[in-house]
Design a protein around this ligand. Structure first.
Ligand code: NAD
Length: 485
């Protein structure tokens, strides 16, 4: 049985309910994990609170050294981490080993650098006889709550900026994908992270809520569904906590008449199907100018047919199964209802026989703009293609969504890209691509996709608070605090 706790530097079994971990490629049980009880969540916060003064007092350079060592250890541990992650998520070996894992290491190296450039905005004399210093301070104990779609990367996005800024953290991975987070904590201990600075508690919403309700937790950062985000925000209000919410998406792609259609079809197929579409920035709604709609439909259907759906441990596999058969059935339900409501299937959409939570890349046209397949997050390899006549219509369709995380524009006219990008309500707008991210660039949404940035120096700032230290020059000087300068 896998141990479900890493508290105060020690990995041990939790005394909460045990959870079965299922391989989505086969349906076999790969492990069980002993999850945290409420008392163990409290113990994890105890450890994080006790470790906070010491970690906050470390110099930025010392904190950076630990994060750099952890990045190296992640790479050294690639084989074991890949094994855990592939067994729990069904993502292809090559995708994780050659993509997500090196990216997680790069994130940590970025945050190590960022720790060393964390500075307040200098000193100034804003009132006669005083000098003010604006200093960035860590918040204290933070809680990170992560989803199952990118377990290791999401764990790194939670711990990297929090630790770089001098906070201590209690991390809660998703209940179906907990083992890489425990291993990450063990590697962090080997990298020299003091006991108690990074703690992991496994479990579901009840364990998440126990963290949110602990008054000593200063901030909760959650990546998950809008429902989870709202529940966390509501509970956080009872103890006035800061929240940081990364909540899903329904990314539009606007393909203009002058776009390179072959390039768009290839990249959008990848963007709709990468990680079997279980990606909050996935291309889910493409809108194409009517003049090229038929051509793009044909090219997309052809590209989708070429995606190699297969066992995650085969090197040639592009996409593996979805995370569970329950989730796969939910995705197929969306597709079935869309077709019943009048949409046309252009590729995929047929439930495969045999074991495993597989689902084919699926292309639909002719869905109504207010249909659930266009408005709700499906979280599977499903792309819905609609059309537009004018630029204004394209922008209106893109923005007609409760979400606002990612988007893309496809055109060979730079003026079109520059005109349209600022009109789209989204945290990221790609031009002639869809999906790439960089450690230096902030990731986060607007509207129902939440608020707060992951990655980049902005993420590190979100885990800090500015303290104003105001120093009086002469002890007996009369103060003029309310007089404008
Ligand atoms: P989920 O909302 O079911 O769970 C996410 C995490 O929140 C899990 O750890 C879960 O245990 C916890 N949780 C759920 N309800 C909670 C509650 N009431 N209180 C406290 N914690 C709670 O989401 P999921 O199914 O694991 O992940 C898929 C979702 O995550 C999708 O909506 C996806 O778009 C979103 N996501 C967003 C981003 C982003 O950066 N915006 C990235 C990845 C995934």
């Amino acid at each position: 049985m896998a141990h479900g706790l890493h508290v105060d530097g020690v990995t041990r079994p939790g005394s909460g309910e045990a959870a079965l971990l299922v391989d989505p490629a086969t349906g076999d049980i790969v492990d069980t994990v002993s999850q945290a009880s409420a008392a163990e969540v409290t113990a994890a916060v105890d450890a994080a609170a006790a470790a906070f003064p010491g970690w906050a007092a470390r110099t930025p350079g010392e904190r950076a050294r630990v994060l750099l060592r952890l990045a190296d250890l992640l790479e050294d541990d690639a084989e074991a981490l890949t094994d855990l992650e592939v067994a729990e998520t069904g993502k292809p070996v090559a995708v994780f080993r050659d993509g997500e894992l090196p990216f997680a290491a790069d994130n940590l190296r970025f945050f190590a650098g960022s720790a060393r450039s964390l500075e307040g905005t200098g000193a100034g004399s804003f009132s006669a006889g005083y000098t003010s210093m604006l200093v960035r301070r860590p918040l204290g104990v933070v809680a990170g709550i992560a989803p199952w779609n990118f377990p290791l990367v999401m764990a790194v996005w939670k711990i990297g900026p929090a630790l770089a800024a001098g906070n201590t953290i209690v991390l809660k991975p998703a209940p179906s994908t907990p083992r890489s987070a425990i291993r990450l904590a063990e590697l962090a201990a080997r990298a020299g992270l003091p006991a108690g600075v990074l703690n992991v508690v496994t479990g579901g919403a009840d364990v998440g809520q126990a963290l949110v309700h602990d008054r000593r937790v200063a901030m909760v950062s959650v990546t998950g569904s809008p429902g989870a985000g709202r529940a966390v925000m509501e509970s956080a209000a009872t103890s006035t906590k800061r929240v940081h919410l990364e909540l899903g998406g329904k990314a539009p792609a606007l393909v203009f008449g002058d776009a390179d259609l072959q390039a768009a079809a290839t990249a959008l197929t990848m963007a709709a199907t990468y990680n079997s579409g279980q990606d909050c920035t996935a291309a889910t709604r493409a809108y194409v100018h009517t003049s090229v709609a038929d051509r793009l439909t044909g090219l997309l259907a052809e590209q989708m047919g070429r995606v190699r759906v297969g066992h995650p441990r085969e090197e040639a596999t592009d996409i593996g199964p979805l995370v569970s058969t329950g989730h796969r059935d939910r995705v197929h339900g969306f597709v079935t209802r869309a077709v019943a409501a009048g949409a046309t299937l252009r590729a995929g959409g047929v439930l495969p026989e045999g074991p495993g939570a597989y689902y084919p890349p699926t292309l639909l046209t002719g869905a109504a703009q207010d249909a659930e397949i266009v408005q709700d997050e499906v979280f599977g390899p499903v792309l819905v293609l609609g059309t537009f006549e004018t630029e204004d219509e394209a922008v209106a369709l893109a923005n007609d969504s409760a979400y606002g995380l990612a988007s893309s524009i496809w055109t060979t006219d730079v003026a079109t890209a520059l005109r349209v990008a600022p009109r789209i309500q989204a945290g990221v707008t790609w031009v002639n691509d869809h999906l790439p991210i960089a450690s230096e660039a902030p990731h986060g949404g607007v509207k129902g996709s939440g608020f707060g940035k992951d990655m980049s120096h902005e993420a590190v700032l979100e885990y800090t608070v500015t303290q104003h230290v105001m120093i009086k020059h002469a002890l007996r000087q009369a103060h003029d605090s309310f007089r404008p300068a």
